[in-house]
Design a protein around this ligand. Structure first.
Ligand SMILES: Cc1ncc(COP(=O)(O)O)c(C=O)c1O
Length: 479
């Protein structure tokens, strides 16, 4: 029997995927994760109820095969070791109570709760290319952006008062900037500058576009907030070049690394980045709403003065503070003298959720197994290019219905490809078809589908499956 050209398109590329998966030195890491099955993603209950089984047509649901999960840009999958570490944490709490704060247990891989934040910062530092003293694992992304802005944004209404951000910034960043400006009694109409894309549809902005806006507003701009990777387009910005340009104009720059952390190699210290914040539930697989991360360059966070009663704030600037930022040696003396820990840890406010930190640290162990972000990036470059190749072989009818808006230059993107649907009102139907056929990706209204093969758990075969199901989804909605 000969196969039709349509069948051979996908069988040829599937054969190629098999070879690439066979050659992939990181393929075994997929086994570190819980990958939902096709049955899991169809089920409407936590557990499969016996009576529900009667209603499920076994020919319609695949009980064993993993779904194709390409959504690490939104929520990373759960590492298997997360449950182990969380159970160890729960056991510590149940058997030790409050002693868990200080008492190390001989056979436990977990640090005392007092040291859990420092250990998490140590695991995180290589992922963002920082000294561990420059990283704090704390709060959440938007809260950390506010904390950084409150420390670094000191507007002078007659001098430098503006904040520059992109016009299509993630809404939380937009709201954070708006509220910071208003908080200082200023007007966003005159103190907020947005970088527009010169291309109407895509929201892509070049380094040149960014530099032009910076140059135009340099004399009265105090701060820039930009994403490392743009959430909608998947565009990776040139962090070192833009940072250096901002500094040339004496402007502080904060990076939102939500989509960059754990996705692309970062060298925040060497790039002389001022400050950055990120979440840990995307490529870092910490779990939904997990604790965030913050980088503050050692230039900005040094504590230079001894504690004095006269000028307690001298030397560590204008930061919002809480007891967990206070020097560990005196934190529990309960004195009302604030002398922050040198570095990012001095920006902490509260004692952190150990449940969160335990979950995050479990996932960061998997990054250690992978050998860090660089080998993952090497695989990621191949995976995303292969996904692009799979999309290039779709039928002409399907290809008319979408285009990739993420830059084709691999150095200007991470794992994610954003697919802009050409027809209006088909997003929901396409997403429904994908889900019904075991494919999980995410959407951004009005018409973008974001697909992210994460190198820790996605395979080259996943890319083929996505392309094949995506083609059938497009052709189905076209009918
Ligand atoms: C780019 C970007 N910034 C900010 C946020 C807000 O994050 P959080 O809700 O953790 O503060 C997100 C969330 O997905 C994001 O993608």
């Amino acid at each position: 029997m000969t196969s039709s050209p349509d069948q051979s398109r996908f069988s040829n590329i599937r054969a190629q995927a098999k070879i690439l998966d066979g050659e992939d030195g990181l393929h075994h890491l997929r086994g570190e994760f819980h990958i939902p099955t096709k049955e899991d993603i169809k089920r409407k209950t936590l557990q499969q109820e016996p009576q529900q089984q009667d209603h499920i047509d076994p020919t319609q649901v695949d009980h064993t095969t993993s779904c194709t999960y390409m959504c690490g840009n939104s929520l990373g999958l759960q590492p298997k070791r997360t449950a182990t570490r969380i159970n160890q944490y729960l056991q510590t709490w149940s058997t030790q109570g409050v002693q868990g704060h200080f008492k190390p247990l001989d056979d436990s891989p977990l640090p005392t709760w007092l040291d859990a934040d420092a250990r998490a910062a140590k695991l995180m530092a290589p992922i963002v290319g920082a000294d561990e003293s420059e990283v704090a694992v704390m709060q959440t992304l938007t809260a950390n952006l506010h904390l950084l802005m409150s420390a670094l944004y000191h507007p002078d209404p007659k001098g430098k008062h503006k904040i520059i951000l992109e016009a299509k910034a993630f809404p939380s960043d937009h709201f954070a900037v708006l509220s910071q400006i208003r908080h200082h009694g200023l007007n966003p109409d005159t103190s907020m500058v947005t970088i527009e894309s010169p291309y109407s549809d895509d929201a892509l902005i070049t380094t040149y576009d960014i530099q032009s806006v910076i140059s135009k507003h340099a004399s009265d701009t105090a701060l820039i907030l930009l994403p490392g990777i743009q959430y909608y387009t998947g565009q990776l910005f040139d962090i070192p070049t833009i940072t250096a340009f901002a500094h040339k104009h004496e402007i502080t720059i904060i990076w939102d690394l939500a989509h960059a952390v754990g996705n692309v190699p970062l060298h925040l210290h060497d790039w002389d980045v001022d400050a950055a914040a990120w979440c840990t539930y995307k490529y870092l697989n910490g779990g939904p709403g997990c604790i965030g991360g913050m980088f503050i360059n050692s230039r900005k966070s040094l504590v230079t003065t001894a504690i004095t009663d006269e000028e307690p704030e001298r030397g560590y600037g204008n930061r919002l503070s809480g007891w967990w930022g206070n020097d560990k040696a005196i934190r529990f003396q309960m004195a009302t003298k604030f002398h922050p820990v040198k570095g990012a840890a001095g920006f902490q406010l509260s004692n952190p959720s150990i449940l969160d930190i335990t979950s995050l640290s479990a996932s960061l162990e998997v990054f250690e197994l992978a050998g860090g972000v660089q080998p993952l990036r090497e695989k990621s470059l191949k995976l995303t290019a292969f996904l692009e190749q799979c999309l290039s072989i779709l039928s002409e009818d399907a290809k008319k219905l979408f285009r990739i808006i993420t830059p084709s230059d691999p150095s200007q993107r991470g794992a994610q490809l954003s697919l802009l649907l050409a027809a209006d009102n088909i997003l929901n139907s396409v997403m429904k078809h994908l889900e019904e056929n075991g494919v999980i990706v995410d959407e951004r209204q009005p018409n973008v589908i974001r697909v992210a093969p994460a190198p820790l758990y996605n395979s080259f075969a996943d890319c083929v499956t996505f392309a094949e199901v995506f083609e059938s989804a497009l052709l189905a909605v076209q009918k």
